[in-house]
Design a protein around this ligand. Sequence first.
Ligand SMILES: *[C@@H]1O[C@H](CO)[C@@H](O)[C@H](O)[C@H]1NC(C)=O
Ligand SMILES: *[C@@H]1O[C@H](CO)[C@@H](O)[C@H](O)[C@H]1NC(C)=O
Ligand SMILES: *[C@@H]1O[C@H](CO)[C@@H](O)[C@H](O)[C@H]1NC(C)=O
Ligand SMILES: *[C@@H]1O[C@H](CO)[C@@H](O)[C@H](O)[C@H]1NC(C)=O
Length: 398
Amino acid sequence: MINDYENAEKSRSMFTEVYSQKRGTCITVVLLGIIIGIFAFAYITFGNDTIADSLRSNHTLKLVSIIIEHGQTAPKFTYPNDPHLNDSRWQSSLGELTKRGKQNMHSLGKFFRERYSALLPDLYFSSDIRVLSTNADTCLMSVAVALAGLYPPHKFQVWNPHVLWQPIPIKGISEEVDKMIGITQSCPSLPKKKKQIENIVTSGDVNLPKLYDFLSENTGAEIRNLSSVLALYNLILVQDKTNLPLPDWIPLVYPEKMLPYTIKALKLETGDAEITKLTTGVLLEKIISDMMKKSTRELSTKMFLYSGHEQSLFNIYSVLNGGKGRESSIKPEFASSVMIELHSVEDQNIVQAYYLNKPGKTPHSINITECGDPCLLENFIKFTKPFIPQDWTKACSM
Ligand SMILES: *[C@@H]1O[C@H](CO)[C@@H](O)[C@H](O)[C@H]1NC(C)=O
Ligand SMILES: *[C@@H]1O[C@H](CO)[C@@H](O)[C@H](O)[C@H]1NC(C)=O
Ligand SMILES: *[C@@H]1O[C@H](CO)[C@@H](O)[C@H](O)[C@H]1NC(C)=O
Ligand SMILES: *[C@@H]1O[C@H](CO)[C@@H](O)[C@H](O)[C@H]1NC(C)=O
């Protein structure tokens, strides 16, 4: 291979000489042919060389499933001692998507347009993309703005020159039957299992009761479990990002002291295989089934977009990265996303996953720890098997 490159280099200098001396077009054409041949040969050889290299190219990409977290929202709740309790600064009411949230989602959509331009043509064809969302307003609105960034109308699809937007269908899964993204369908064993895991991960932690006391005292609210710490953290986060003056006690615990517990809170839903089945299994099964159909060319869809919450995104990341959620230590930002890509390289189906923490940054590749490198689809199916529920409803009643 190195020889090929050397030859290519030699040929190139010969070509320059020959050309500059204008020794007849015939030689030039022949040499040009040889050079192109050598480069093509080198390219093919190089392409065979490492699968990782070919993965960087767009032409191997066949399908992508993307899980997104909605954009920034106004706080969902406040606490009794919150100095901003009655703040009218939010342009939207509690829990709703803010202006910045809309802007971030739009950037995210534009990022997908750029990254997946070779997969998805500029023109919208309904068979290319399927969009599913929880039925929460924030998720529906967020993905609608992202789609505006992904699919601005082009050419004959422009229907009003003053409105460079076009409608793209979004399927909202209603709360009573959502076992895929928001997990709002009734599942009695889920809170029980979550509590058990919480007891295990917090037992023996001498700092946690102190933190609970400190937070409860200062907020005037009952902060005595991990989910309350997470909710409070996210509330402070939004206030902080909006540059609201924060009370003096906050910098003593936010972000450093609270952060590890917010991550522990997020990890509960993938704490073991049983709970992962309930929280993440159905989505995982759907993503796998789509990849399998794509690999046997039974599927025309090229992109699936799932619009969910921080927890939805964290769960899928956690399964990919740590199998049982051990490794993951991300704290997703609003408008972050996980992209699961299916590539086809020399008849091998390879799964690659990426995490984008914030639109405008560079996505980083997720180490699918238990799958191997490259992560073959068959290995992916094997290692995720313990997380796929045979019967979700039954698992929920155990
Ligand atoms: C917020 O409004 C409620 C009811 O109007 C009032 O009782 C409370 O004192 C206000 N709190 C703050 C921090 O302004
Ligand atoms: C596809 O190519 C474009 C342009 O080079 C690049 O910006 C994008 O990141 C690539 N996409 C993937 C999935 O590698
Ligand atoms: C956590 O505490 C809050 C406030 O006391 C309570 O409403 C909530 O149900 C608790 N959550 C769990 C999972 O125990
Ligand atoms: C991915 O995870 C495996 C298992 O923990 C580890 O051996 C490997 O070094 C990791 N790879 C990268 C690129 O971090």
